[in-house]
Design a protein around this ligand. Structure first.
Ligand code: DQA
Length: 144
């Protein structure tokens, strides 16, 4: 059976393409999703995408990932730096998770240096722009 990866993007990532392109790049979220579909299919994996600006919705999706998904790729946006609820959900489901950020969060404001996602993730890819999501697929492919 084809293994599926759940890709979750958090607040404001629906605005990629027009949102601070100097920081986040010019590709839209759907451009990135298209590249991920192509990459995943080369590896015999499938990808399923969700985006929300609402923390609780993201928590629900993580809980649901237990049924049917082999791994999670998550860019929680600003919730990265605030959400104990997302961290707890990831710890609860115990599904291999890779954390992605387009920008290098450690080169930015101090409040972005801490992530609640990292303790629940295998690792973090940060600062490589859209390619980070493709690197995350490679990382997951190696683990699952
Ligand atoms: C981000 C970094 C976060 O600090 C920010 O709030 C985002 C995007 C990134 O992909 O670089 O929304 O997760």
């Amino acid at each position: 059976m084809t293994k599926s990866i759940l890709v979750i993007n958090g607040p404001n990532l629906n605005l990629l393409g027009t949102r601070e392109p100097g920081i986040y790049g010019e590709e839209t979220l759907s451009d990135i999703e298209q590249r991920m579909i192509e990459k995943a299919s080369l590896l015999g994996l499938s990808v399923d995408f969700r985006q929300s600006n609402i923390e609780g919705e993201i928590v629900n999706w993580i809980q649901e990932a237990q049924d049917g998904f082999s791994a999670i790729i998550i860019n929680a946006g600003a919730l990265t730096h605030t959400s104990v609820a997302i961290m707890d959900a990831l710890l609860a489901v115990n599904t291999p998770t890779v954390e992605v950020h387009l920008s290098n969060i450690f080169k930015r404001e101090e409040f972005r240096h801490h992530s609640y996602i990292t303790p629940a993730a295998i690792g973090m890819i940060t600062g490589f722009g859209a390619i980070g999501y493709l690197l995350a697929i490679d990382a997951i492919n190696d683990v699952i």
